[in-house]
Design a protein around this ligand. Structure first.
Ligand code: SF4
Length: 347
């Protein structure tokens, strides 16, 4: 029987809403001791697409480059190489003036709503500004729409006259989501939107985002460090390690049979509510023995960037960089010389 909540697969002929092609992001770091300019490569050669009404989750540790990708899509980080194409438009070609339609169509929800919301503005003012940036509305219409958006994100009309400090963390994030939706966007970059929330509020906000997607057909680029959270949210997943894609593919498949040792490590490091499953996952984490620090992106290891932490590393891994290659009949690609879909590590 068909699952009535499942989303249709994107039409093979429909072009993706967002296409990220061989993206590399570098940040200038000033001059080194020799006087030569130094650059930090935060993202290297990353490609993915997102269809209308779909979610791609990017997961990785802090410093993996996931937020830099989100910022490049938003035009807040340099696109040093490659392309970001939104709705057929190469966003690097916009030049200094971003078209108003892009600001309307592509929105963002950040991790910390307290710092992203103006503390001196009521919720009504914040939402009103977002919705009138691209449309003319009378005060009465603005108020009515404000209350409609608040209702949509699970808040009440009386929250319209509150200031951010008068709301809980979960309520503030609901306001941030309403603000993003108020321009009626087609894509929202969700940059760690639930990381600052407690576990029960996290699942409420995730369910809300999914519900809104079902109703409004908005697409998400969902960025988080927790593979369980990303799996619940996403149709497809990209696992990032030190700026590059270690693995990508359908969310369930990547979660159920992770092909890359780093994906298995990430999965083993997530916490589970069930103590028995958590115990077996903790044992697996010890077996993986990958508690070593993430190497500096300023001096990435030669060969496979994961080799200093990888329990399967051999001589080849230390000298030869693996390419991201598709695995037969899985829809998954992995950058590992020894990758094969592993038995379920989901615990
Ligand atoms: Fe580990 Fe080698 Fe695969 Fe890198 S290429 S993930 S070091 S087995």
């Amino acid at each position: 029987m068909n699952d009535p909540t499942s989303k249709p697969a994107p039409c093979a002929e429909a072009p993706p809403l967002l296409s990220v092609e061989n993206l590399t992001v570098r940040y200038p770091l000033g001059r080194g001791l020799t006087g030569r300019p130094r650059m930090l490569t935060a993202v290297r050669d990353v490609s993915f697409t997102i269809g209308a009404g779909r979610t791609l989750g990017l997961v990785g540790e802090s410093g993996s480059g996931k937020s830099s990708i989100g910022r490049a899509v938003l035009r807040l980080a340099p696109i040093s190489e490659g392309r970001v194409v939104f709705d057929g438009q190469d966003v690097a070609r916009f030049g200094r003036r971003t078209p108003p339609s892009f600001h309307r169509d592509v929105q963002v929800v950040f991790q910390d709503p307290l710092s992203s919301l103006n503390p001196r503005q009521t919720v009504a003012t914040t939402l009103g500004q977002a919705m009138t940036r691209h449309r003319r509305l009378s005060p009465v219409e603005r108020r009515r729409e404000t209350e409609e958006w608040l209702d949509r994100v699970g808040l009440s009309a009386h929250h319209a006259d509150r200031y951010p400090h008068e709301l809980s963390g979960g309520q503030r994030q609901r306001v941030a989501i309403a603000r993003a939706l108020a321009t009626r966007p087609r894509l929202i970059v969700c940059d760690e939107p639930v990381s600052a929330l407690d576990v029960s509020t996290q699942s409420q906000v995730i369910n809300l985002l999914k519900e809104l997607q079902r109703d409004l057909q908005v697409s998400y680029l969902f960025i988080a460090h927790d593979l369980e959270v990303v799996r619940h949210m996403s149709d497809d997943i990209g696992v990032l390690y030190l700026g590059g894609l270690a693995e990508s593919g359908p969310a369930d498949r990547v979660h159920r049979t992770p092909a890359h040792p780093y994906t298995r490590t990430l999965l083993a490091s997530t916490l589970l509510a069930d103590p028995a499953r958590q115990k077996s996952r903790s044992a697996r984490r010890r077996a993986l023995a990958t508690d070593a620090e993430l190497p500096s992106p300023l001096a990435p290891p030669p060969g496979c960037a994961f080799h200093p932490r990888c329990p399967r590393a051999d001589d080849r891994c230390r000298v030869e960089q693996p390419r991201l290659l598709p695995l037969a009949d899985t829809g998954v690609s992995a950058a590992c010389h020894h990758s094969e879909p592993a038995r379920s590590a989901a615990g």
